[in-house]
Design a protein around this ligand. Sequence first.
Ligand SMILES: Cc1ncc(COP(=O)(O)O)c(C=O)c1O
Length: 384
Amino acid sequence: MELFDVYPLYNVTPESAQGCNVYDDQGKKYLDLYGGHGVISIGHSHKSYVTAISEQLQKMGFYSNSIKNPLQEAFAEKLGLVSGCEDYNLFLCNSGAEANENALKMASFETGKRKVIAFDKAFHGRTSAAVAVTDNKKINAPLNSQHEVVFLPLNNIKLVEKELAANDVAAVIIEGIQGVGGLDQGTKEFFQALESLCKQYSVMLILDEIQSGYGRSGKFFSFQHHGIHPDIISIAKGMGNGFPIGGILISKNIKASYGLLGTTFGGNHLACAAGLSVLNVIEEEQLIENVNAVSSHFLKRIKEVDGIKSIKGKGLMLGVTFDFPVSEIRKALIFEEGIFTGGAADPKLLRILPPLSVTKQEIDSFIEALKRVLSKVAHKETRI
Ligand SMILES: Cc1ncc(COP(=O)(O)O)c(C=O)c1O
């Protein structure tokens, strides 16, 4: 059997990883400023994380959601404390798309409506409703067109209000900071107006914090920069530092009933052990403080690099834009400098999503490498 060929691959085979470094099958070391697509939060193979998962596995890896699992309760309590969202309930699942699927379903149950407002360039995952609210026709199959979705431009509150006034909307779903779309974000005023309009029209406000959450923006959730209180918050990626786990935080005003949501694997013992360990490390190693310190350092040092058009994003969810496509820069960074970075829907944007434990020195080595790579690219362009 061969693999279903859906991923264009770089010719690199990572075999082991530690902290912010990845090592390939030839023993070559790479600096990971991509975090496996914003997933690695506390650093690769963190010692206490490895111990927590290994010890749990020795005891029990999995049992179904039909028994008591105190690890789920311990995880929910810790997440409430560390995130400052103690006034929410938690439903656990396995991925980001599944989190959004459940968030949208909950909003529809709660309001009895089906229409959803999403935003231009949004990415919310690839399952049925999640992909329908994703602004990319290429990854929507005819089956997904059953969903009623309206895409609006970010930061145009008048258009949102016009849609809400029809009184047929179940939810507004928005990323705290857009990831795949290219690091655009709503303004504070926009988020605040969105919150009050959703309240006024009894519409569920869903904050997709799958990429922007878990400390990446410099606060636990990026919406916390705007002082708002969404109805539902979806989480995944950094939550398990690579262990598949997702979830939704649901406002206590929304009532649960048996069977309303469910999953076989969600919230299993191993996933909870991984998730608890991540929260402990974020707290003990003060990783959110580190995000803010390293982000300021990045923003200061990147000014030294010629040819950059703009810097987008917040914390350690950053985009560096150029006047030309960045694919050659990304390749040179990997193969000549040993540094992983990310791309986005905008071909001129280089995405920086390192583990939250990245150091200022590691950022310094990226800046020097970027200068070297850019001077070669510029040299090639003048030769052409
Ligand atoms: C903002 C956002 N939402 C949802 C998803 C989907 O998550 P998953 O790939 O775990 O299904 C992603 C993944 O990149 C994302 O960035």
